[in-house]
Design a protein around this ligand. Sequence first.
Ligand code: SAM
Ligand code: SF4
Length: 327
Amino acid sequence: MLIDNHDRVINYVRLAVTDRCNLRCNYCMPEEGIAFSKRNDLLSISEMKRLCDILIGQGVDKIRLTGGEPFVRKNLMQLLEHLAKQEGLRELSITTNATLIGPYIKQLEDYGVNSINVSLDAIQPETFARITRRDYFETVHENLMRLIDSKMDVRVNFIVLEGQNEGDIYHMMEFQKAYPVRVRFLEEMPFNGGSRNFRKLKWNHKRILDHIREEYPGFEKLPAPLTSTSVNYKVQGHEGSFGIIPSFSRTFCGSCNRLRITATGDVITCLYGKPVTNLRRLLRSGLDETFVQEELISAVRSRARDGFEAQERFGSIFGSSMTSIGG
Ligand code: SAM
Ligand code: SF4
């Protein structure tokens, strides 16, 4: 079992399967993209399978595939098929921009994928095009509706972006009123690959909640697991629910149970600090898996207590892009 130096059990891994993406969300990366990793530096699908097996052997029972955009990764379904068979895995989920997921929805259901997080920061096509710099709104909307109709649990992640999508917040609330979907409003973080100046955060979690309260005054707090990063609420009579994630304010660090592994094998023990080691060489070395296990154990034994300490101790990664960190 992976237990960190603050006695937190690490049972949740977010694995980035690529750093590439078919969108160019302006809060994530510059228009021209970032310096993407060389293909040979990306873990292969079979290396990812091995790594996940090792992680599951260490007690990880929840894996989320992310990126970049997971569905631009060739042979992603082979990895999912493999993970779906792992008995030790209690939860398998994906974070996606939902542009390319359409043809795979049935297969994902058949594999028993539990939940899909769709990142959608706009419910009006023009806002979507301005933020993502691409014209895929109709496709995303159609896929989202199909996902809501599927067996999988669907969440929508909406980052509140000053001057860009405040006008869509109430539209998004209306969306969760009409459909059984969990919408989570997130604070923006300065992980944008230098694409925008990040001033002081205007839309922090308190302000987002106050803004929602003005229009929807009667909501109740929902119970949530200790490790949840969101505080969730429900307006009576609404089909769905909504939540707020204080991703920049970082009020949730105390119960953090997660580890990030990037598409090149970097191990990030806290989102706000630089990678602490890389597993690619070990995975390619021919050495047996105990070496990878030991490296993982030692990485989690020196975790920062919270995101502020990680930033100080390991060096801040603000200014990097979430697509290479693995969001
Ligand atoms: N391409 C997929 C997607 O967009 O869902 C997965 C990768 S994306 C990097 C993962 C998550 O990071 C998304 O929910 C995205 O909204 C979030 N993200 C990216 N840049 C961010 C930023 N500057 N602040 C907050 N969240 C960010
Ligand atoms: Fe791509 Fe996701 Fe980044 Fe948008 S947030 S550019 S969809 S990786």
